[in-house]
Design a protein around this ligand. Structure first.
Ligand SMILES: O=C(O)c1cc(=O)[nH]c(=O)n1[C@@H]1O[C@H](COP(=O)(O)O)[C@@H](O)[C@H]1O
Length: 245
């Protein structure tokens, strides 16, 4: 079981959706025994600044820099180049930017990392956000068909553009795994243990269901950080993951 807990820890990404470096570092210290990767998203990056990545890395964990770049290829390439110098282990962009944007991002990140002598971060594309349900997808976004088919198509586009993986709902993990293979990284937010509330997340699964489906990483924020005792919540989730590994 100890071995399985270790494997589960490597797969757990905690979303540090807080507003200051102090809060983020305190949470990382507290939760590092239970999670191997910590996610710096828009709230933390825009409030605390780029230096926050270094402060989190100093705690001996990996960093997923989740800024979801989405713009014309040249703009994304320049932004990705700047981010690649910060030492993050995972960087993401939106698959909806298309092949030229995806390739430009991956090339810029890999070239910059090589120039600096850093290991190349994984470059990942967000497919359809986990807060989008089928009605919103069809009626508000004006997109036709099933969300699962769009996610599958964008996952293939992402793989063919040479990126390392995608962000999707765990509900789409099995279909992505089928078409993109074992090596492709599938990062799944929208994780809700049975004892937590779904909030704004729509396409959700429990930690055990996401692991059983074949997700490479699980992203968990509020079910851990929004509780009175984040360490206990993280431990419970880790246990649930380990049981099906
Ligand atoms: O790219 C992401 O990380 C992401 C993509 C997505 O489709 N859905 C999604 O929730 N996320 C992020 O994953 C985290 C989920 O947090 P909780 O809903 O609090 O568990 C947030 O930081 C989101 O920004």
């Amino acid at each position: 079981m100890e071995n399985k807990i270790q494997r589960a820890r490597e797969k757990l990404i905690v979303a540090l959706d807080v507003a200051s470096t102090e809060e983020a570092v305190a949470l990382t210290r507290q939760l590092a025994p239970y999670a191997g990767v910590f996610k710096v998203g828009m709230q933390l990056f825009y409030s605390a600044g780029p230096e926050v990545v270094r402060h989190i890395k100093e705690q001996g964990v990996k960093v997923f820099l989740d800024l979801k770049l989405h713009d014309i290829p040249n703009t994304v390439a320049q932004a990705a180049k700047a981010l690649a110098g910060l030492g993050a282990d995972i960087i993401n962009v939106h698959a909806a930017g298309g092949t030229a944007m995806l390739q430009a991002a991956a090339q810029a990140v890999r070239e910059r990392a090589a120039t600096l002598g850093l290991p190349a971060p994984l470059v990942i594309a967000v497919t359809v956000l986990t807060s989008i349900d089928q009605r919103t997808f069809n009626q508000e976004m004006g997109l036709t068909g099933e969300i699962e088919d769009r996610v599958k198509a964008w996952a293939l586009l992402t793989r063919d553009a040479g990126l390392d993986g995608v962000v999707a709902s765990p509900r789409e993990t099995s279909v992505i795994r089928q078409v993109c293979g074992e090596e492709f990284a599938i990062i799944t937010p929208g994780i809700r243990p049975a004892w937590s509330v779904s909030g704004d997340q729509k396409r959700i699964m429990t930690p055990a269901q996401a692991i059983s489906a074949g997700s490479t990483y699980l992203v968990v924020g509020r079910p851990i950080t929004g509780t009175d005792n984040p360490a206990v919540a993280a431990q419970k989730i880790l246990q649930e993951m380990a049981e099906v590994l």
